[in-house]
Unconditional design. Structure first.
Length: 144
């Protein structure tokens, strides 16, 4: 089964104090055991770094620690999928047609990766946002 984990799931899986840690960590553990094929949007790697290093936790997570959290906890076998210019054009047209404004564009880009990679599941803590951005993928979008 091919599963795209959104940044929200990765953050929750990596931060023990996160209220959704246990259930999110299960998905990452399944990927590490090879039970699922982990798909990540290339953008998610940058977003993960940004989110981890700005979390309101004490002590703050340094860029070096964020790098270790990522490298030590994500499987080397994950598939990182990047979008090309045509994908961006498609997503921009899609959000315009759907009448979506603001930050939902980032969810739409990640949803495009899920669509392009033909995932079976897109797992996120922001199900509502993704359903707005990718209504055709509704049955594939799930929480942890």
């Amino acid at each position: 089964m091919k599963v795209l984990l959104d940044t929200s799931i990765l953050v929750a899986a990596l931060i023990r104090s996160h209220p959704r840690h246990a259930e999110s960590r299960l998905w990452l553990a399944r990927a590490l055991r090879g039970e699922i094929t982990l798909i990540l949007a290339a953008h998610t790697l940058a977003e993960l770094h940004s989110t981890l290093t700005t979390l309101p936790v004490r002590p703050r997570i340094s860029p070096r620690t964020a790098s270790h959290l990522r490298d030590d906890n994500l499987p080397e076998t994950m598939d990182i999928v990047a979008l090309d210019v045509e994908d961006y054009r498609l997503v921009l047209r899609r959000v315009a047609e759907l009448g979506l404004a603001g930050g939902v564009i980032y969810d739409a880009l990640i949803a495009r990766v899920a669509e392009k990679a033909q995932v079976d599941r897109l797992v996120t803590l922001n199900e509502r946002h993704f359903r707005r951005a990718w209504p055709e993928g509704d049955e594939r979008i799930t929480g942890p």
